[in-house]
Ligand binder design. Structure first.
Ligand code: UTP
Length: 409
């Protein structure tokens, strides 16, 4: 794209502010800026006026069915044997979502490089790899591991894994791929510049994983290798079990095309997305989407009707993903603090939210699935997300739980 074409395009969308500093740039900066402009998905800006498309929910009802901790305990051996068999036959892969910015944690590095060690180094990535290695030791085979990064953190992440010898994992079974970016805009829909030669962009949300996985050629590769099930997991839950044979076995045993690990909510007000039905199909609703009545509703046995919170650990069959993800995922318009260039061309890091980012979320994929198994895990054993430095869901709380589970920090 040349300057004239870029100008014409930006005029069409009312975004000529992106060329404000063009004349001050050198040739390679100009080229880079024009390329960025050519890659912008201007359609995303429509979601500002249309509102958050995820707010149009259908009729929400409680889940009919779930496998509870007690059910799992009863069937543990059978489920585990089925899962181990699938893993041994190369049918199961794991996919780490590590493209996020981790802004709440406030580290400039990828979240997985955060060191939670006390007597020595112990990095978040390292803990996750150790968790997956448990399954490798249990089954005797390497589980293919895909790691999604973003252009912001890819080099740091890849170099870190190399430098640390993949924490003992076999590099032949690890593949990195980079997710796509989306622009960030003012509340009026004007895309920000973050530098004179750089459009403000951020990773397009963790729902972007499947499209990027396909584009990177990894979906075809996985299928060619015989992978049928993918376990999607977040970078920040250091206690979670990954490619958990019992979880895999329960899903296969029940003939489900997707499954979600869930925990019982601590209380009706807990701010966690819950697994439920929406127009009879599986769905996840955010805590603020449940009405007051629904939050406190109970079933005949006295348990909360909307009891199961999700922990961002899902299983999908590749077949169901390919079949059902033809429709676009909802775009969430999220208020964020976005660094920008002020009138004088100086970078400002705002203290308060000053604009929107656009994200798709993996949790919306559940509603596109024909069914989803709710698989309950013990919160104290499997849920220790690190979102903040201190307080709720923090480095502090996660360390406590790791220690309780016998991990030496
Ligand atoms: P979060 O919702 O906690 O977002 O991501 P975040 O960007 O890591 O953190 P904050 O909100 O800025 O503090 C949940 C999971 O989804 C991944 C994250 O890396 C984490 O594993 N994620 C998030 C992506 O892979 N890509 C994204 O665009 C966003």
């Amino acid at each position: 794209m040349n300057y004239e074409q870029a100008k014409e395009l930006l005029e069409k969308y009312g975004q000529t502010q992106l060329l404000k500093y063009y004349d001050e740039l050198n040739d390679s900066q100009k080229e880079s800026l024009l390329k960025q402009i050519s890659e912008i998905d201007f359609g995303l800006l429509n979601y500002i006026k249309d509102g958050d498309s995820h707010s149009e929910k259908g009729v929400i009802t409680p889940l009919d069915d779930a496998v509870s901790i007690e059910d799992i305990e009863k069937n543990k051996e059978r489920y585990t044997a089925i899962g181990v068999d699938a893993i041994k036959n190369g049918k199961v892969a794991a996919l780490l979502l590590a493209g996020g910015m981790g802004t709440r944690l406030g580290s400039d590095q990828p979240k997985g490089m955060y060191n939670i060690g006390e007597s020595g180094d112990l990095f978040i990535f390292e803990v996750l790899i150790h968790n997956l290695l448990d399954v490798v030791h249990q089954t005797g085979v390497w589980v293919p591991l895909y790691i999604m990064t973003s252009e912001r953190n890819n080099d740091d992440t890849v170099n870190f894994f190399k430098e640390k010898n993949y924490f003992g994992y076999d590099p032949d079974y690890v593949e990195f791929f980079v997710q796509e970016m989306a622009p960030a805009a003012t509340f009026d829909g004007k895309i920000y510049l973050e530098a004179k030669d750089r459009v403000s962009t951020s990773p397009n949300g963790n729902g972007g994983w499947f499209i990027s996985f396909v584009k990177a050629g990894l979906c075809e590769k996985a299928k060619a290798q015989g992978v049928e099930y993918i376990n999607i997991f977040a970078v920040d839950n250091v206690c979670q079990r990954i490619a958990d044979p019992c979880f895999v076995g329960a899903m296969i045993d029940g003939g489900y095309c997707s499954a979600s690990k869930v925990v019982s909510k601590k209380n009706p007000e807990e701010k966690v997305g819950v697994l439920c039905l929406e127009d009879g199909r599986p769905s996840i609703v955010e805590y603020y989407e449940l009405t007051e009545d629904m939050r406190y509703e109970t079933k005949d046995d006295g348990e909360l009707a909307y009891k199961y919170g999700v922990i961002l650990n899902y299983l999908f069959t590749i077949e169901a993903l390919e079949k059902n993800l033809k429709n676009n995922l909802s775009v969430h318009v999220v208020k964020k603090k976005i660094p920008y260039l002020d009138e004088n061309g100086n970078t400002v890091k705002p203290e308060t939210e000053n604009g929107y980012k656009f994200e798709t979320l993996v949790l919306d994929m559940i509603h596109m699935m024909d069914n989803c198994l709710a698989y309950e895990v013990i919160r104290e054993k499997e849920f220790a997300p690190i979102k903040n430095k201190t307080g709720v869901d923090s480095v502090e709380t996660a360390k406590e739980l790791l220690k309780l589970n016998g991990v030496k920090l």
